[in-house]
Structure formats: C-alpha cells, structure tokens
Ligand binder design. Structure first.
Ligand code: EPU
Length: 442
C-alpha cells in the first residue's frame, strides 16, 4: 500500500483490554530457521505483517510449501522441497531480515547467494559481523556488485567473538553452528527475548545450545534437526506501543499477554514519568493507568536488557508533551532520530545533535502531514497524532505495515479516531505535486 495514508484525529483517554500478536522479530528468524529442517512445521501466534508475507515469499521461492491462515495466526511451512540457495534480490532489498536465511542455507547446502539487504533506513547497517564470522567458519565469500556468493565444503566450529552483540549476527551464526560437528562458542552474544525464542525453537528441533553467563552461547552441533510446532512469544514492541498510546492520551490499558519480563527498563521509565504500572503473575500481563501530569525522563537505548531501540521513537513522542526536558541518546543505530524532524512539524521542541535528542515538553502538538521513515518512527507519529489538535496525515505506510499487524484497528478499538485510506486522495495528490509531501520509498 505504497500510496496509502493514515488519518488521525485527536483521541483522548484510550482505554480497554488488548490482546497481542506474536513478535515480528522472533517469527522472521524462526521462519528462516525452519530451513535447517526437512518437513512440515507449524507456527502459532504469527502476525500478518508485511515482513512476514515477504519472508513467506522468500521461502516459497526457495522451494518451501507455505500455508498461512491469517485469521487464526497459524503458519505451516513444509521445507521438504527446498532445493535452492539463491535468495530473491527484490525481497532482500525490501527486508533486512532476509540476511537471516544465510546461516541456515550454508548449513543445509554449503551455499548461499544473496544480495545486500534493505529494510528501514537506520544508517549504514552493514552486515560485516555476519560475513566476517562466516569466513571464520570456513565460508568463502565472493562479492559481485551488490551480490554475494557464499560457499563452504564443511563449516568449521570454533570460537566466534562478536565486537558488538548484534542480534542478527548472533542468530545467523547460531543457526549455522547448530548443524556443525563440534562445539561453537559465540562470545558477547545478543540475548534479546526474540533470540531466546529462536533458541527455544532450535532446542525443540533437537539442537544443543546453552547460555553461559554473562553472554556466551555454546552450541554443540548435531547431525539432524527436526520440524517443530511452536507458539511465537508475544510482541513486546506491540505491547510497548499500546502502553504508550494509553499513556500519551491519558488513558488506561490492560495487556494480559504482555511480556513484562522483557520490558523492565522501559516500564521503569514509564513509572518515572508518573504513570502507574501493574504487572501480572510471573511477570506476564501489564496494566497501565496514565498520570495526567507526566514528567519528562531521559534515557539511552542499548542492547537487551537496556532500553529497546525499537521503543525509542514512540517514547520520544511522549516526551514532547511531558513537563520538563528529556535527553534521549540512541546508541544502537547511527541514524535513528529522523522522526524528530517530523515531530517538529507537529510543534514539538526537539534539538538533535549527533545521536542525541534534547526534547523540551510543550503544551500542545498540532496535526500535520508527516512521513514515516521506519517502522518505529511510524508509531511515534501515530502516537503524536492521537493527541495533536487537528488532523494528522501520515504517509510512509509500508513501514507501519511491515512492523505491525493492523495496529490501527487495535487503537480504534481503544477509542482512537484513526483511519487507514488505501489511496492518496485528491487533496493529498495536490500536496505531492506541490512537493510539500514527497512520496516515501520503502
Ligand atoms: N551492525 C553492524 N554490522 C553487522 C550487523 C550489525 O555494524 O554486521 C550494527 C548495525 O548497523 C546496528 C547495530 O549493529 O547499528 C545493531 O544491529 P543488530 O544486528 O543488533 O540489529 P538487526 O539484527 O539488524 C534486529 C531487529 C531490529 C532491532 C535490532 C536491535 C530483526 C528483524 N530486526 O535488527 O528491529 O532494532 O535487532 O534490537 O530482528 C524493528 O523491529 O523496527 C527493527 C529495526
């Protein structure tokens, strides 16, 4: 829906109970991990987001048979017929997570042909940690323009040291190592909750993986991995987005499935703002009642268990209207403050310097035409639109749809006045022509 837009009117005090879908960042890598098996697996709680549909197409083109019952969130993938290792470059350009099939393809075929991945524009986002460490495992990588041909006779186990706990690189190396004879150790591994869900899946398949403190994964390769049935963990980022929607509008929301155990620092910051948070038994389930006089808080993103970079943009929207000044530091991605400029169009007072944003709370935000530049930026702009005076029009909808399954419907069920229009209407087309609102490339 490249020409679609969201129309958002001021909608105060959103309230109600919401159920969550499965985590996008868990399901994408878990779908990819099924390439390590040969047969039919069944995934439950799968969100029907655009990235999941991209990954389905990618797997189908490699020879997998896929059935997705979207209403029931059940995805069946049969990998018996997978017979190709050449990944469609068009899909790779659309979605960075396509790189995650590289490890499984190398383990299965000893070969993987890929293009440089695309996805959100969050800085350079290289894949050097993936490539360097595959090379350490014996993979020969040949570059041909934007294409990479990777080949190995037998993957070599050993010690892999990550200079940064990259989520994708940890996942890719771990998946490849699961079928390599011998022991592979990944030092300074990422331990994001979505990655732990992948470990749970690999173990169900028969893999031998242990986590040694503080952040080492020990993988003892096995000869074969078997198909599985698995329910994807609830999406902590959808949970965070809904909590913020209730908080910014002065409402109250209850998320019975929310993984509170995966959101500790984020919840701490919401409490520091003055919002009241109650967590359910075993750290699952979150209830938020908003304060009517929120204080600004400062925070800095970091690898798990730090403040999640994927909630930085939406949390910034709240700081725009909080009392006081907030300093927000983005340390995970080099260019993830683009939404600040769009929030400024709505009246926010934000100064960006390098990877820091200084936000001074204002009395009111105003509706404007804004453009989403990545998945989480789209959420920030929608949240601001919910409290802004007047109408907010947001384009860049492919980003919104890559990350969320119809979140606008969940917000509407809580009382939000938000509508997704499939086509840019005449008024907006006029603005396009005038150059006031450029169309956005995905
Ligand atoms: N990096 C490198 N070289 C690499 C790999 C990463 O320099 O080879 C850098 C990146 O450029 C970035 C940092 O390391 O600055 C962290 O990247 P990481 O590899 O950890 O992220 P990712 O695997 O590409 C996943 C999520 C992101 C999420 C990050 C961090 C998926 C499909 N994507 O990306 O999700 O922000 O981890 O938690 O799992 C989103 O959902 O909106 C999203 C962007």
């Amino acid at each position: 829906m490249k020409n679609a837009y969201l129309q958002i009117e001021q909608s105060l005090e959103l309230s109600g109970d919401v159920s969550l879908v499965g985590a996008k960042n868990a399901v994408l890598v878990i779908m990819s991990s099924l390439l390590l098996t040969s047969g039919k697996s069944r995934l439950k709680n799968v969100p029907a987001s655009a990235d999941v549909l991209h990954m389905i197409r990618l797997l189908e083109e490699l020879g997998a048979q896929v059935t997705f019952v979207q209403d029931e969130h059940i995805l069946e993938i049969d990998t018996l017929g997978v017979n190709k290792w050449q990944v469609n470059p068009d899909i790779m350009k659309k979605m960075r997570a396509s790189i995650l099939v590289m490890g499984p393809l190398l383990a299965r075929f000893g070969r993987a042909d890929i293009a440089m991945p695309g996805g959100c524009v969050l800085g350079a986002r290289p894949i050097d940690y993936h490539l360097k460490n595959f090379a350490k495992m014996g993979v020969k990588i040949q570059e041909e323009g934007h294409f990479l041909h990777a080949q190995v006779d037998e993957l070599i186990p050993g010690k892999i040291v990550l200079e940064y706990p990259s989520v994708g690189a940890t996942e890719n190396i771990m998946m490849a190592a699961a079928l390599v004879k011998g022991t592979t150790r990944i030092i300074n591994a990422a331990l994001e909750p979505e990655l732990l869900d992948l470990i749970a899946v690999l173990k169900k398949m028969g893999a031998q993986i242990t986590i040694d403190p503080p952040a080492m994964l020990v993988i003892d390769g096995v000869d074969e991995l078997l198909p599985i049935t698995h329910e994807i963990i609830s999406d902590r980022l959808e949970a965070g987005s809904l909590l913020l929607a209730a908080a910014i509008t002065g409402g109250e929301v209850n998320l019975p499935q929310a993984p509170a155990y995966a959101l500790d620092v984020f919840l701490l910051k919401l409490e520091e703002m003055g919002h009241s948070i109650t967590v359910g038994k075993n750290d699952v389930g979150i209830h938020l009642k908003a304060t009517d006089s929120p204080h600004a808080v400062s925070f800095k993103t970091g690898p798990y268990p730090g403040f999640p970079t994927d909630l930085q943009a939406p949390m910034m929207a709240l700081q725009c209207l909080a009392e006081g000044t907030s300093t927000i530091e983005e340390t995970v991605f080099e260019n993830r403050l683009v939404h600040a400029h769009e929030l400024q169009k709505m009246g926010a007072q934000i100064n960006v310097e390098g990877n820091k944003a200084l936000v001074t709370g204002v009395e009111e935000l105003y509706g404007a035409h804004v453009i989403a530049s990545d998945i989480r930026a789209s959420c920030a702009l929608v949240l601001a639109g919910l409290v802004a005076k007047g109408t907010t029009i947001m384009t860049g909808i492919p980003h919104w749809q890559r990350g969320y399954e119809a979140l606008e419907k969940k917000l509407a069920a809580l009382g939000a006045n938000i509508r997704l229009h499939a086509q840019v209407n005449r008024h907006l087309k006029f603005l396009h022509r005038e150059g006031e609102m450029p169309t956005q490339d995905v």
